[in-house]
Design a protein around this ligand. Structure first.
Ligand SMILES: Nc1ncnc2c1ncn2[C@@H]1O[C@H](COP(=O)(O)OP(=O)(O)OP(=O)(O)O)[C@@H](O)[C@H]1O
Length: 639
């Protein structure tokens, strides 16, 4: 006997009956299905961090102090407390995001937490809702579904595949559950705050993690949207999940949507129990909550010291979280309305199986394919940036072509031509560097979130990121090179052009890689200020401003490691090297009619193109290698 739920058809916009498994309807705090997933508890949990910038004299700060607690399956637990109490620290430890400096035990159903399994069973939804702004709701969901469910296909689920191979069944069901069906074609970047929050939840709901963690899910929302958001959390819990969130200060009308309050003060537990038991708990130690006062506000006032120092008394009374007695016999807080959600978002969509061996939902190849397709859509949607890049390269080349028109064959203008070639390297280098310094920092939080929530491996992301933008970059350089080469009358020989173009495009790929590296480490503001400093010093040692032979001997090694020197030498070799014949002269006397003499006098070597190119290529690979490790390090700590 199969039960049904109503789901809107994506194409026809009318309601359609879709069968859900029987377990769907059975899920709930007391059902068998709910018992399959477990409670999370912790005992004697402490967390300390090192403080101070002086590595020789660093202190330690205790952020959590031997706290205990148990968060039940099928319930919404809200971690509350004054600012700086340690809420986010606790959430980070429970999710597995923070591991260093942690002491004590985190248990799943009374057993030691298996980190690998728990990573698959849980998701962490951040406060800032880092979403892909250029993807629609439907696309975001489809990509997430393909990445998360790829390996767990069943014949039934293959019925309705979309263009990237992901079935739409689950996407529709989740969107319907979250009331996002009507926004399915809206770009994520244009959604309201509440809708963005819903989409963040929907994206993680796709693989039905039984443990869901939310950092400040109601922050930035008005009171109605905040209530709706908590109502969704309540529905998720009713569907058989363990929902844990941090909340700053839930209003009285929100308390009916919370099953369990866990209050921290100075890194210690000052209350654990139902909201309904809060007033009796406080009364039992002599704190009478004033009538019509939100008991949570009262608790936080006590915890923050606004009413005198009472933290020790509260901690003692709740045994720093060991005391479970205030969880029982929940009383209802009068809130003026019945907020208990009617519908239950099912945990079971046939995809809540976490026994699979792999760390990720699909193979690295599929991850690569999906991420590449996603990047192509983003590049296509961000046509302004793409068109601007292409147009800018053409316009600058055109301008230079007009200024330096026809000088390439004339020995009277060899030094002007040298300036043109140097400027070309400089211009292409900085535009490619800048494009990554501006765009990559915005991408970092999204990558951190998606990677932490097990969407894809860093390797798949890294490879995709390395190649997805390359065609646009190479096309930009091609447009620039053809325009400048032809208009300035460089020798029209194919091999010279190819050497010229290859060197320029590889230099831009190198500086793009540097841009990504800086973009991982710094935000846009600092990246734009400090990013150019990674390349600028090497310009001095390029051989344009100062010849290596004229520089003090103790500086000569800087020329040997300056990539700008190799880039300039490579470009000059392409144009003037390889037995280029004597140049025409339009004046009485031209000092540089012999290309060899020009190269010699400028301190550049002829016929060393391969060596120059190899240096640039090796540096490119080295920067890429470093970028991968920095990305790995940063994604393990930056959310
Ligand atoms: N790496 C760190 N070094 C030093 N102090 C830290 C570090 N991380 C957190 N803290 C401090 O630990 C305390 C707890 O931080 P946490 O972010 O967990 O608090 P919170 O309760 O979530 O605060 P809020 O509600 O304001 O976000 C704060 O006082 C914070 O400044």
């Amino acid at each position: 006997m199969s039960k049904v739920t109503k789901v809107l058809s994506p194409n026809k916009g009318k309601q359609q009956d879709l069968p859900l498994k029987r377990t769907v309807q059975k899920r709930g705090p007391t059902s068998d299905a709910a018992n399959r997933f477990s409670d999370i508890s912790f005992s004697d949990l402490s967390y300390s961090v090192k403080t101070g910038l002086n590595p020789l004299n660093r202190g330690t700060k205790q952020l959590l102090n031997s706290i205990n607690g148990e968060f039940k399956n099928g319930q919404v637990t809200a971690i509350i407390g004054p600012s700086g109490a340690g809420k986010t620290s606790l959430l980070n430890i429970l999710t597995g995001f923070t591991t260093e400096g942690v002491d004590g035990k985190v248990l799943i159903d009374g057993k030691d937490k298996n980190d690998t399994l728990f990573a698959k069973q849980s998701c962490y939804i951040m406060q800032d809702n880092h979403l892909q702004p250029l993807l629609t709701v439907q696309e975001s969901m489809t990509f997430a579904a393909t990445l998360k469910l790829g390996r767990r296909s069943s014949p039934k689920r293959k019925i309705r595949k979309n263009s990237i191979g992901c079935e739409t069944f689950f996407v529709d069901s989740v969107l319907d559950s979250m009331n996002l069906i009507s926004h399915r074609h809206t770009l994520a970047g244009t959604l309201s705050g509440g809708e963005r929050k819903k989409l963040s939840i929907a994206l993680e709901l796709i693989n039905n993690p039984p443990f869901m963690f939310f950092d400040e899910p109601t922050s930035g929302l008005d009171s109605t949207s905040a209530k709706q958001c908590l109502s969704i959390l309540k529905q998720l819990a009713s569907g058989g999940r363990t929902i844990i969130c941090t909340l700053h200060q839930p209003s009285a009308s929100h308390l009916n949507l919370i099953d369990n309050l866990y209050c921290l003060a100075n890194g210690e537990c000052v209350y654990q129990g139902s909201p309904g038991n809060l007033i009796p708990f406080l009364s039992s130690i002599g704190f009478e909550c004033p009538t019509y006062h939100n008991p949570v506000d009262f608790l936080i006032e006590l915890a923050s010291g606004a009413l005198g120092y009472h933290v020790d008394a509260l901690v003692k009374h709740i045994s720093n979280g060991k005391n479970q007695e205030w969880k029982k016999d929940k009383e209802t807080i009068p809130s003026g309305s019945n907020d208990t959600p009617q519908s239950v978002i099912p945990l079971e969509f046939d995809n809540a199986d976490f026994s699979y061996q792999h760390t990720y939902g699909c193979s690295v190849l599929t991850q690569f394919r999906v991420l590449l397709w996603r990047d192509i859509i983003k590049i296509y949607r961000d046509s302004f940036l793409t068109n601007t890049r292409l147009t800018l390269h053409f316009l600058v080349a055109l301008l230079l072509g007009i200024f330096y028109y026809g000088i390439g064959q004339d020995a009277a203008h060899t030094l002007d031509n040298f300036s043109l070639l140097f400027f070309s390297v400089l211009f292409l280098m900085f535009t490619s560097l800048q494009s990554k310094l501006i765009t990559f920092p915005e991408e970092m939080p999204i990558v951190s979130r998606e990677h932490f929530n097990g969407w894809y491996s860093l390797e798949a992301y890294f490879i995709t990121n390395s190649i997805s933008d390359a065609p646009i970059q190479i096309l930009s350089v091609l447009i620039y090179s053809i325009t400048v080469f032809v208009m300035s009358s460089q020798p029209l020989e194919l091999y010279r052009f190819l050497l010229f173009f290859t060197m320029l495009s590889t230099v831009t790929l190198l500086t793009q890689a540097v841009g990504v590296l800086v973009g991982i480490l710094l935000d846009v503001k600092n990246g734009v200020i400090f990013g150019p400093l990674t390349c600028l010093p090497w310009v001095i040692f390029s051989g344009f401003f100062l010849r290596a032979k004229d520089a003090p001997s103790y500086f000569s090694w800087l020329f040997e490691i300056s990539f700008m020197k190799y880039a300039l030498e490579g470009v000059m070799s392409a144009i003037y090297g390889y037995n280029r014949p004597v140049l025409d002269c339009s004046e009485m006397y031209c000092h540089f009619r012999m290309p060899k003499k020009l190269l010699h006098d400028l301190g550049l070597k002829d016929g060393h193109y391969l060596r120059d190119y190899s240096f640039i290529l090796a540096l490119f690979l080295g920067v890429k290698f470093a970028t991968y490790f920095v990305l790995r390090f940063q994604t393990s700590r930056k959310l």
